[in-house]
Design a protein around this ligand. Structure first.
Ligand code: EPZ
Length: 417
């Protein structure tokens, strides 16, 4: 079984540029269904999840071409309205294709995506919003059969600022009759990127990044080019690696406004940060400080996708830290693996108490989910001795070229087949 093998104890130093954002690419690829024209999307990372979304577009009949970091999608040839169950079950975030398919064809059949390692991942808010717009959705035998004679714009109040639900409703609203207003919308930067793609293609969307997004339906979209924003979670992950190892890292091609909450918490842990608009230098302390309280929250709060990585940092913090994971119900799975490396962590439901120890020791550990897997790589970087991480397919869902990047920064990490 493929695994990462890391010999810890090396200080990271150097310069890296940051890959395109996975959570921006996926909705933009889904949105490319709507136009029935060609979309050329650049700054695409080489990730398992991106490959899955492209496979889904191909399975619908779209013509895609991937070259380097550019994907071209010709959605004029789409001739199916049913998504393959095995692909949807494999990548649950494909659910946002629903809105795009309803906008283009007025119908779609998709397997119920189900949960994943970090939680149940319900889609009730997606379905409630689409139904309010006039979609008739039958849920039976593990499938969602959706049809509409024409979506109508309306005011949709989201019970929770769900990223996926906001994206699904945005996509459905693009060619709906009239105007749709999403209140209590998610404010993540990836929504702004989706808005920019849609408007590049002739849609009329305003307000992404705020809690109120307004979409005025248009007849059709045109071909367009789009460049994906940098991945704020990947940036935060490598910043944490630098802080953990007492290193010094220069990041290029980032948007520092998207990572203000991450910078604030890393500074609380003792890091020194020099940031300007699209680059940043971060210097780690000899030993990280504990963080009294860290709560994961919807953007612009501290991102849940950075929780596991910060937990690793705090395992060697100088004191006791508390993490409250408010977004997902099962996102502390990395804790049991960190305990095997000598961490002192206790969890009580969505609260984790981390008592800093002097050092971690290398061990054989298993990645349980994407960001938890990344947190184990970080732990291996500082652990005394050798750490072996299996089930690294989780990590490859979100991190492009991790081995080469960390090796160039001075880490002793290799892939063993
Ligand atoms: C997106 O997932 C991201 N994925 C996640 O990143 C990220 O953790 C999450 O947003 C929160 O920021 C992609 O963008 C592909 P949500 P999503 O809908 O859209 C509840 C990663 O590591 N909820 O905002 O699924 C849900 O249970 C991944 O890159 C409902 O109750 O997140 C959760 O508690 C992991 N009903 C909360 O909202 C719904 O209909 C946040 O979910 C939808 C969501």
């Amino acid at each position: 079984m493929e695994r990462y093998v890391i010999n810890g104890g090396h200080r990271l130093a150097g310069e890296i540029s940051i890959q395109g954002a996975k959570n921006a690419v996926l909705p933009v690829l889904a949105a490319s269904v709507i136009s029935g024209k060609i979309s050329t999307i650049t700054n695409i990372p080489n990730l398992r999840d991106v490959d899955m979304m492209i496979k889904i577009l191909d399975s619908l009949g779209a013509k895609t071409h991937t070259e380097g970091g550019t994907v071209t999608v010709d959605s004029s040839t789409i001739d199916k309205v049913e998504l393959p169950e095995e692909l949807v079950r494999e990548m649950r975030s494909s659910i946002i294709i629903m809105g795009a398919m309803l906008a283009r064809f007025g119908e779609v059949k998709i397997a119920f995506p189900g949960g994943c390692e970090i939680g149940l991942r319900p889609i009730d808010l997606h379905l409630k919003g689409l139904r309010q717009m006039g979609a008739i959705i039958y849920e039976a035998h593990g499938f969602l059969d959706c049809k509409t004679t024409g979506l109508k714009g309306c005011e949709i109040q989201l019970d929770y600022p769900s990223v996926g639900a906001t994206e699904n409703i945005m996509l459905a609203a693009v060619t709906a009759e009239g105007t749709t207003t999403i209140i209590n919308a998610a404010r993540e930067p990836e929504l702004i990127d989706l808005q920019n793609y849609l408007n590049n293609a002739g849609a009329k969307v305003i307000g992404a990044g705020s809690s109120c997004i307004t979409i005025e339906g248009v007849k059709e979209l045109r071909r367009c080019d789009h460049t994906i924003i940098p991945d704020r979670i990947v940036a935060g992950t490598y910043m944490t690696a630098a802080v953990l190892t007492g290193g010094e890292l220069f990041l290029k091609d980032i948007i520092t406004d998207h990572i203000l909450s991450i910078i604030a918490k890393l500074k609380e842990a003792g890091a020194i940060v020099y940031a300007n608009g699209n680059s940043l230098k971060i210097i780690g302390p000899n030993r990280p400080s504990a963080i009294e309280m860290l709560q994961t929250l919807p953007y612009p709060g501290f991102p849940t996708d950075m929780q596991a990585q910060i937990m690793t940092l705090l395992t060697i913090g100088n004191g006791t830290s508390i993490i409250n994971e408010t977004i997902f119900e099962n996102r502390f799975k990395q804790a049991e693996e960190l305990l095997r490396m000598g961490a002192n962590i206790k969890t009580f439901g969505k609260v984790a108490v981390i008592k800093g120890v002097k050092e971690l020791t290398g061990a054989k550990v298993s990645a349980k989910d994407l960001r938890g897997g990344a947190s184990l790589v970080l732990a291996g970087l500082i652990a005394k001795g050798t750490t072996e991480i299996c089930n690294i397919y989780h990590i490859n869902r979100g991190y492009d070229n991790m081995i080469e990047i960390l090796t160039n920064l001075g880490a002793d990490i290799r892939l063993e087949k």
